[in-house]
Design a protein around this ligand. Structure first.
Ligand code: 0GY
Length: 300
Protein backbone atom coordinates (compact mmCIF):
# COMPACT_ATOMS: atom_id res chain seq x y z
CA UNK A 1 0.00 0.00 0.00
CA UNK A 2 1.32 3.46 -0.81
CA UNK A 3 0.11 6.71 0.71
CA UNK A 4 -0.53 8.24 -2.72
CA UNK A 5 -2.04 6.98 -5.97
CA UNK A 6 0.42 7.31 -8.80
CA UNK A 7 -0.44 9.25 -11.94
CA UNK A 8 -2.40 7.02 -14.38
CA UNK A 9 -0.38 5.80 -17.35
CA UNK A 10 2.91 5.88 -15.49
CA UNK A 11 5.08 2.81 -15.82
CA UNK A 12 6.64 1.26 -12.72
CA UNK A 13 10.42 0.96 -12.64
CA UNK A 14 11.83 -2.52 -13.21
CA UNK A 15 12.49 -4.47 -10.05
CA UNK A 16 15.09 -6.86 -11.43
CA UNK A 17 17.46 -5.23 -13.92
CA UNK A 18 19.89 -7.43 -15.86
CA UNK A 19 23.63 -7.33 -15.30
CA UNK A 20 25.14 -4.93 -17.84
CA UNK A 21 27.68 -6.19 -20.38
CA UNK A 22 29.78 -3.04 -19.86
CA UNK A 23 31.79 -2.86 -16.64
CA UNK A 24 32.15 0.71 -15.37
CA UNK A 25 35.58 1.82 -14.14
CA UNK A 26 36.28 1.54 -10.41
CA UNK A 27 34.62 4.31 -8.44
CA UNK A 28 31.96 5.11 -11.07
CA UNK A 29 29.28 7.66 -10.14
CA UNK A 30 25.62 7.57 -11.18
CA UNK A 31 25.30 11.36 -11.25
CA UNK A 32 21.57 11.69 -11.92
CA UNK A 33 19.04 9.64 -10.01
CA UNK A 34 16.14 10.23 -7.65
CA UNK A 35 14.44 8.82 -4.59
CA UNK A 36 10.65 9.08 -4.39
CA UNK A 37 9.15 8.89 -0.93
CA UNK A 38 8.22 6.39 0.21
CA UNK A 39 5.16 8.61 0.24
CA UNK A 40 4.00 7.36 3.63
CA UNK A 41 7.27 8.57 5.16
CA UNK A 42 8.16 11.53 2.93
CA UNK A 43 4.92 12.96 1.50
CA UNK A 44 4.88 14.32 -2.04
CA UNK A 45 4.52 18.07 -2.49
CA UNK A 46 0.97 19.49 -2.72
CA UNK A 47 1.96 21.56 -5.78
CA UNK A 48 3.34 18.52 -7.71
CA UNK A 49 2.25 17.90 -11.30
CA UNK A 50 2.49 14.12 -10.99
CA UNK A 51 2.55 11.43 -8.33
CA UNK A 52 5.33 8.89 -8.83
CA UNK A 53 5.71 5.29 -7.70
CA UNK A 54 7.63 4.96 -4.46
CA UNK A 55 11.35 4.41 -5.06
CA UNK A 56 13.34 4.15 -1.87
CA UNK A 57 16.97 4.70 -0.97
CA UNK A 58 17.53 1.01 -0.31
CA UNK A 59 16.20 0.14 -3.75
CA UNK A 60 18.49 2.79 -5.26
CA UNK A 61 21.54 1.46 -3.42
CA UNK A 62 20.71 -2.10 -4.56
CA UNK A 63 20.56 -0.86 -8.16
CA UNK A 64 23.91 0.94 -7.74
CA UNK A 65 25.54 -2.29 -6.63
CA UNK A 66 23.87 -4.40 -9.31
CA UNK A 67 25.05 -2.08 -12.09
CA UNK A 68 28.63 -1.93 -10.82
CA UNK A 69 28.58 1.69 -9.63
CA UNK A 70 30.06 3.08 -6.41
CA UNK A 71 28.28 6.38 -5.78
CA UNK A 72 25.10 8.32 -6.48
CA UNK A 73 24.22 11.95 -6.99
CA UNK A 74 20.59 12.38 -5.98
CA UNK A 75 18.65 15.07 -7.77
CA UNK A 76 15.54 16.60 -6.24
CA UNK A 77 12.53 15.95 -8.45
CA UNK A 78 9.55 18.29 -8.73
CA UNK A 79 7.16 15.83 -7.07
CA UNK A 80 8.91 16.57 -3.76
CA UNK A 81 8.91 20.34 -4.36
CA UNK A 82 11.39 22.14 -2.10
CA UNK A 83 11.01 19.53 0.64
CA UNK A 84 14.39 17.82 0.45
CA UNK A 85 13.87 15.40 3.37
CA UNK A 86 13.77 12.19 1.31
CA UNK A 87 16.95 13.20 -0.51
CA UNK A 88 18.75 14.19 2.70
CA UNK A 89 17.67 10.95 4.38
CA UNK A 90 19.04 8.91 1.48
CA UNK A 91 22.39 10.71 1.56
CA UNK A 92 22.59 10.22 5.33
CA UNK A 93 22.26 6.45 4.85
CA UNK A 94 24.75 6.16 1.98
CA UNK A 95 27.92 6.07 4.07
CA UNK A 96 29.49 9.02 2.24
CA UNK A 97 28.72 7.49 -1.16
CA UNK A 98 25.97 9.94 -2.12
CA UNK A 99 25.70 13.67 -2.62
CA UNK A 100 22.70 15.73 -3.64
CA UNK A 101 21.21 18.53 -5.69
CA UNK A 102 18.33 20.19 -3.84
CA UNK A 103 15.44 22.49 -4.70
CA UNK A 104 15.09 25.58 -2.52
CA UNK A 105 12.64 28.46 -2.33
CA UNK A 106 13.84 32.07 -2.59
CA UNK A 107 13.15 32.60 1.12
CA UNK A 108 15.50 29.77 2.16
CA UNK A 109 17.58 30.96 5.11
CA UNK A 110 21.38 30.90 5.32
CA UNK A 111 21.09 28.40 8.16
CA UNK A 112 18.94 26.08 6.02
CA UNK A 113 21.49 26.27 3.21
CA UNK A 114 24.29 25.48 5.66
CA UNK A 115 22.33 22.50 6.99
CA UNK A 116 21.84 21.20 3.44
CA UNK A 117 25.54 21.67 2.78
CA UNK A 118 26.41 19.67 5.90
CA UNK A 119 23.97 16.99 4.72
CA UNK A 120 25.89 16.58 1.44
CA UNK A 121 24.02 18.88 -0.94
CA UNK A 122 26.29 20.49 -3.52
CA UNK A 123 23.88 22.16 -5.92
CA UNK A 124 20.40 23.51 -6.55
CA UNK A 125 18.13 22.58 -9.42
CA UNK A 126 16.13 25.10 -11.45
CA UNK A 127 13.44 23.41 -13.53
CA UNK A 128 12.05 25.12 -16.65
CA UNK A 129 10.14 22.16 -18.12
CA UNK A 130 6.64 23.56 -18.48
CA UNK A 131 4.75 20.33 -17.84
CA UNK A 132 6.63 19.91 -14.54
CA UNK A 133 6.54 23.34 -12.93
CA UNK A 134 4.82 26.71 -13.11
CA UNK A 135 6.96 29.48 -14.63
CA UNK A 136 9.61 30.75 -12.26
CA UNK A 137 10.47 34.45 -11.96
CA UNK A 138 14.13 34.91 -12.86
CA UNK A 139 15.29 37.55 -10.34
CA UNK A 140 14.87 35.28 -7.29
CA UNK A 141 16.61 32.45 -9.14
CA UNK A 142 19.56 34.74 -9.83
CA UNK A 143 19.63 35.62 -6.15
CA UNK A 144 19.66 31.95 -5.14
CA UNK A 145 22.43 31.22 -7.67
CA UNK A 146 24.55 34.01 -6.21
CA UNK A 147 24.00 32.83 -2.64
CA UNK A 148 24.80 29.18 -3.31
CA UNK A 149 27.93 30.01 -5.32
CA UNK A 150 29.39 31.31 -2.07
CA UNK A 151 28.98 27.78 -0.66
CA UNK A 152 30.87 26.30 -3.61
CA UNK A 153 27.67 24.77 -5.01
CA UNK A 154 26.55 24.73 -8.64
CA UNK A 155 23.24 25.18 -10.46
CA UNK A 156 21.55 22.35 -12.36
CA UNK A 157 19.12 23.48 -15.05
CA UNK A 158 16.43 21.40 -16.74
CA UNK A 159 14.71 22.66 -19.89
CA UNK A 160 13.59 21.52 -23.34
CA UNK A 161 15.60 22.37 -26.46
CA UNK A 162 12.84 24.45 -28.01
CA UNK A 163 12.98 26.82 -25.02
CA UNK A 164 16.74 27.40 -25.08
CA UNK A 165 16.60 30.48 -27.36
CA UNK A 166 14.39 32.27 -24.80
CA UNK A 167 16.42 31.13 -21.81
CA UNK A 168 19.92 31.50 -23.28
CA UNK A 169 20.72 35.00 -22.01
CA UNK A 170 19.42 34.23 -18.53
CA UNK A 171 21.40 31.01 -18.35
CA UNK A 172 24.63 32.63 -19.48
CA UNK A 173 24.20 35.41 -16.91
CA UNK A 174 24.06 32.91 -14.02
CA UNK A 175 27.21 32.79 -11.88
CA UNK A 176 29.35 29.72 -11.23
CA UNK A 177 29.17 26.23 -12.67
CA UNK A 178 25.95 25.35 -14.50
CA UNK A 179 25.05 21.72 -15.24
CA UNK A 180 22.47 20.99 -17.95
CA UNK A 181 20.20 17.98 -17.45
CA UNK A 182 19.85 15.52 -20.33
CA UNK A 183 21.85 17.67 -22.82
CA UNK A 184 19.01 20.18 -22.87
CA UNK A 185 16.53 17.56 -24.11
CA UNK A 186 17.25 17.68 -27.85
CA UNK A 187 14.64 16.60 -30.36
CA UNK A 188 16.61 13.67 -31.74
CA UNK A 189 14.45 13.41 -34.85
CA UNK A 190 16.42 16.47 -35.98
CA UNK A 191 20.11 16.35 -36.94
CA UNK A 192 22.74 16.45 -34.22
CA UNK A 193 24.55 18.86 -36.56
CA UNK A 194 21.46 21.06 -37.09
CA UNK A 195 20.72 24.49 -35.67
CA UNK A 196 18.75 23.34 -32.61
CA UNK A 197 21.48 21.18 -31.10
CA UNK A 198 23.98 23.67 -32.57
CA UNK A 199 22.70 26.25 -30.10
CA UNK A 200 23.37 23.87 -27.22
CA UNK A 201 26.84 23.13 -28.58
CA UNK A 202 27.42 26.90 -28.82
CA UNK A 203 26.40 27.27 -25.17
CA UNK A 204 28.95 24.64 -24.17
CA UNK A 205 31.67 26.02 -26.49
CA UNK A 206 31.37 29.67 -25.58
CA UNK A 207 30.77 29.22 -21.85
CA UNK A 208 33.36 27.05 -20.14
CA UNK A 209 31.32 27.06 -16.91
CA UNK A 210 28.60 24.88 -18.54
CA UNK A 211 28.57 21.11 -18.07
CA UNK A 212 26.20 18.57 -19.65
CA UNK A 213 24.62 15.37 -18.41
CA UNK A 214 24.64 12.93 -21.31
CA UNK A 215 21.67 11.16 -19.80
CA UNK A 216 18.25 9.83 -20.69
CA UNK A 217 18.45 8.06 -24.04
CA UNK A 218 15.27 6.28 -22.90
CA UNK A 219 13.50 9.64 -22.61
CA UNK A 220 14.88 11.21 -25.78
CA UNK A 221 14.89 8.32 -28.24
CA UNK A 222 12.26 7.96 -30.96
CA UNK A 223 13.74 4.67 -32.20
CA UNK A 224 13.50 3.22 -28.72
CA UNK A 225 15.03 0.41 -26.71
CA UNK A 226 17.26 -1.38 -26.18
CA UNK A 227 19.94 0.49 -28.18
CA UNK A 228 18.56 4.05 -28.45
CA UNK A 229 20.58 4.44 -31.65
CA UNK A 230 19.20 7.88 -32.56
CA UNK A 231 20.55 9.43 -29.34
CA UNK A 232 24.14 8.28 -29.89
CA UNK A 233 25.29 11.06 -32.25
CA UNK A 234 24.04 13.72 -29.81
CA UNK A 235 25.58 12.31 -26.66
CA UNK A 236 28.79 11.11 -28.28
CA UNK A 237 29.50 14.48 -29.89
CA UNK A 238 29.18 16.19 -26.51
CA UNK A 239 31.35 13.62 -24.69
CA UNK A 240 34.04 13.87 -27.36
CA UNK A 241 34.09 17.66 -27.61
CA UNK A 242 33.77 18.44 -23.89
CA UNK A 243 35.30 15.39 -22.16
CA UNK A 244 36.05 17.29 -18.95
CA UNK A 245 32.54 18.76 -18.53
CA UNK A 246 30.23 15.77 -18.95
CA UNK A 247 28.40 13.57 -16.46
CA UNK A 248 26.33 10.40 -16.78
CA UNK A 249 23.45 9.00 -14.75
CA UNK A 250 20.66 6.43 -14.89
CA UNK A 251 17.77 8.81 -14.09
CA UNK A 252 16.36 5.93 -12.02
CA UNK A 253 13.45 5.44 -11.29
CA UNK A 254 12.67 7.12 -14.63
CA UNK A 255 9.79 9.42 -13.75
CA UNK A 256 7.05 10.11 -16.26
CA UNK A 257 7.85 7.40 -18.77
CA UNK A 258 4.80 6.13 -20.60
CA UNK A 259 6.07 4.36 -23.74
CA UNK A 260 8.51 1.89 -22.19
CA UNK A 261 10.47 1.37 -19.00
CA UNK A 262 14.14 0.62 -19.56
CA UNK A 263 16.10 -2.19 -18.05
CA UNK A 264 18.85 -0.12 -16.37
CA UNK A 265 21.47 -2.48 -17.82
CA UNK A 266 20.56 -1.14 -21.29
CA UNK A 267 21.47 2.34 -20.09
CA UNK A 268 24.84 1.18 -18.75
CA UNK A 269 25.48 -0.63 -22.03
CA UNK A 270 24.82 2.68 -23.81
CA UNK A 271 27.91 4.22 -22.15
CA UNK A 272 30.62 2.77 -24.42
CA UNK A 273 28.61 3.90 -27.44
CA UNK A 274 28.87 7.54 -26.35
CA UNK A 275 32.26 7.33 -24.59
CA UNK A 276 34.11 4.79 -26.74
CA UNK A 277 37.54 4.85 -25.06
CA UNK A 278 38.59 3.94 -21.50
CA UNK A 279 39.93 7.50 -21.11
CA UNK A 280 36.57 9.06 -21.96
CA UNK A 281 34.77 6.58 -19.71
CA UNK A 282 37.06 7.40 -16.80
CA UNK A 283 36.36 11.13 -17.17
CA UNK A 284 32.62 10.72 -17.68
CA UNK A 285 32.02 8.26 -14.85
CA UNK A 286 34.73 9.02 -12.29
CA UNK A 287 36.98 12.07 -12.71
CA UNK A 288 34.33 14.65 -13.62
CA UNK A 289 31.68 13.72 -11.03
CA UNK A 290 34.34 13.38 -8.34
CA UNK A 291 35.67 16.88 -9.17
CA UNK A 292 32.19 18.35 -8.91
CA UNK A 293 30.73 16.41 -5.97
CA UNK A 294 33.67 15.05 -3.94
CA UNK A 295 36.50 17.53 -4.64
CA UNK A 296 37.99 16.85 -1.21
CA UNK A 297 38.67 13.24 -2.26
CA UNK A 298 40.39 14.08 -5.53
CA UNK A 299 43.92 12.75 -5.66
CA UNK A 300 45.24 14.15 -8.95
C1 0GY B 1 14.10 13.69 -14.90
C2 0GY B 1 12.84 13.69 -15.53
C3 0GY B 1 11.66 14.24 -15.31
C4 0GY B 1 11.14 14.72 -14.09
C5 0GY B 1 11.81 15.42 -13.19
O1 0GY B 1 11.90 16.82 -11.38
C6 0GY B 1 11.17 16.10 -12.05
O2 0GY B 1 9.99 15.94 -11.83
O3 0GY B 1 13.10 15.57 -13.28
C7 0GY B 1 10.82 14.38 -16.47
O4 0GY B 1 9.61 14.13 -16.35
O5 0GY B 1 11.31 14.71 -17.56
O6 0GY B 1 14.47 12.74 -14.24
O7 0GY B 1 14.87 14.61 -15.06
Amino acid sequence: MTAFDKTPGWLDWRQNPSKPGFTPPAGAVDAHCHVFGPGAQFPFAPERKYTPCDASKDQLFALRDCLGFSRNVLVQATCHGADNRALVDAIAHAGGKARGVASVKPDVSDDELKALDAAGVRGVRFNFVKRLVDALPRAPLMEIATRIEALGWHVVIYFEAEDLPDLYDFFTSLPGTIVVDHMGRPDVSKSAQGPEFGLFRQLMREHGNFWAKTTCPERLSRQGPPHYVDVIPFARSIVEEFPDRVLWGTDWPHPNLKSHMPDDAWLVDFIPKIAPTPELQQKLLVDNPMRLYWPEEETS
